[in-house]
Design a protein around this ligand. Structure first.
Ligand code: ADP
Ligand code: MG
Length: 238
């Protein structure tokens, strides 16, 4: 299952944002999508996941060879792509348990163990303790765990996360970082949009950077970016 984004142009009624993005996420690969605030990371992941707005005006998005650029978010999810959206977006008036069980499930690939509520609770034991609590009463870190667990419940072959570290305390960040590294090591394909470069580089083996040209301005291994101080400064102001 490879994600192939080719020559993608995406924008809103008021502004074009992406002007020809090329991006590939191979089977089992973990890619970090970096870029300063407002460069179009969320725009890109929403376009991939079938969420509108934004609008795709040119280019293609293929998953496993099939063009998904005109599919609905439900169809994209059924194709095996799950999104952990920016800001978590858990269902506040449902319990933790209900958040995990309301999602439409797809059958796991035969080689993979299906995700169940029990498996999510093993993965994030904190969620088991909050099983009967309303999601709105959870801490930011717990809500992020729940958003990740909810995405895993769809049995994705590609997990896309949009700024999972946003607003989290360092102690929670360590837990999330460790769990995401585990998912990556288990062979799940991951695309992670982040402002937290250290976390992204820890999880991903390859990096793409969007800049204000609305294209991929830098592309290389995580190790190469770590040692490229000029690129870090130019594209990420680090
Ligand atoms: N719903 C929207 N309508 C119009 N413009 C938007 C909308 N969402 C985002 N934008 C604009 O698109 C650009 C990219 O935003 P975004 O994809 O959220 O960036 P990032 O996720 O990298 O911070 C920004 O200039 C932002 O103001
Ligand atoms: Mg964003």
């Amino acid at each position: 299952m490879t994600l192939d984004v080719t020559g993608l142009h995406v924008g809103y009624a008021t502004a074009k944002v992406l002007h020809g993005v090329d991006l590939t996420v191979g089977r089992g690969e973990s890619i970090a999508l970096l870029g300063r605030n407002g460069m179009g990371k969320t725009t890109l992941v929403r376009a991939i996941c079938g969420l509108r707005p934004p609008t795709i005006t040119a280019g293609s998005i293929k998953y496993d060879g099939v063009d998904i650029s005109r599919k609905t978010s439900f169809q994209v999810s059924r194709a095996g792509i799950a999104l952990v959206p920016q800001g978590r977006r858990v269902f506040g008036s449902l319990t933790t348990y209900e958040n995990l069980t309301v999602v439409p499930r797809r059958r796991a690939a035969s080689k993979d163990d299906p995700w169940t509520v029990e498996r999510v609770f093993d993965f994030f034991p904190r969620l088991a303790e909050r099983s009967k609590s309303m999601a709105r009463s959870l801490s930011g870190g717990e809500q992020q765990m729940l958003a990740i667990g909810r995405a895993l419940m769809t049995n994705p072959s590609l997990l896309i996360m949009d700024e999972p570290s946003e607003g989290l305390a360092p102690s929670v960040l360590d837990v999330i970082q460790d769990r995401l590294a585990g998912l990556s090591a288990s062979g799940l394909s991951i695309l992670i949009a982040e402002q937290n470069v250290d976390l992204a580089l820890d999880i991903a083996s390859r990096v793409v950077v969007i800049d204000d040209s609305g294209t991929i301005a830098w592309n290389g291994s995580s190790d190469a970016l770590r040692s490229d101080s000029a690129a870090l400064e130019q594209h990420l102001s680090i």
